[in-house]
Design a protein around this ligand. Sequence first.
Ligand SMILES: Nc1ncnc2c1ncn2[C@@H]1O[C@H](COP(=O)(O)OP(=O)(O)O)[C@@H](O)[C@H]1O
Ligand SMILES: [Mg+2]
Length: 243
Amino acid sequence: MAASKAKPKAKDRVETGIPGLDGMIGGGFEKKSVVIIAGDAGSGKTTFAMQFLYNGAKKFKENGLFITFEEEKESLFKHMLKYGWDFAELEEKGLVKILEYPPHEVDRFISEGGVIEDMIKENHVQRVVVDSITSLVLLHENEYKRRQAFLTTIEALKKWGCMALLTSEAKTRQGEVRSRFGIEYLADGMLGIHVVRRGEERDYAFEIMKLRGIAHERKLCPLKITDKGIVLFPGQPVFTGGK
Ligand SMILES: Nc1ncnc2c1ncn2[C@@H]1O[C@H](COP(=O)(O)OP(=O)(O)O)[C@@H](O)[C@H]1O
Ligand SMILES: [Mg+2]
């Protein structure tokens, strides 16, 4: 509802609808761009990605595809329902497709590229999530094959012509675009969620490390995981990076 207010919608932008984010990136991601969101385990990457798809389907009339190498659909749906996001309903209505690839079938993902492409066309999918690129890549036994898997995935995503968000499990350091597989630079953007433990509490900070072609916010900002999903607080101070 609030999304239609204020700023005019730029045609070439893919709005995330994540509170605080679109304003930091000039209205949304670029169409057809490939963006990585990196962060530690439990930092909110899957939530971020699902929120992006949920808002796409619910607020912006853009269908989504979620490709997972990690969580089973049932458990994923259950977790997302806690934020009030009914993915079973979206799936039933054909607004979001879910593709699960258990570890032993990961090669099928690569070989099925054509099938996925058809599915994207048939369902008018405009937003694709891969969760996570780490799980996909690490299943390959050597560095060469890992890089190859990464490369093939990025190439496929670019070819499919959707806005693609890839989650990546990595300890992120402020200001640093950590290159785990050496080819992350092929992505158009790199976002990071930093986690700092404060006694019993965890604080999260969000950082845009790079976003090609977009004049974006450079400062870290606080990120909170609430019962309605992720909320960013641009312009507000964050923790000062104690270890
Ligand atoms: N309603 C909620 N309020 C606050 N935090 C939540 C809520 N639901 C889940 N979380 C937290 O969100 C995190 C899980 O996020 P997730 O997206 O699965 O992370 P990742 O994919 O990076 O591992 C966990 O740290 C969990 O404690
Ligand atoms: Mg996850």
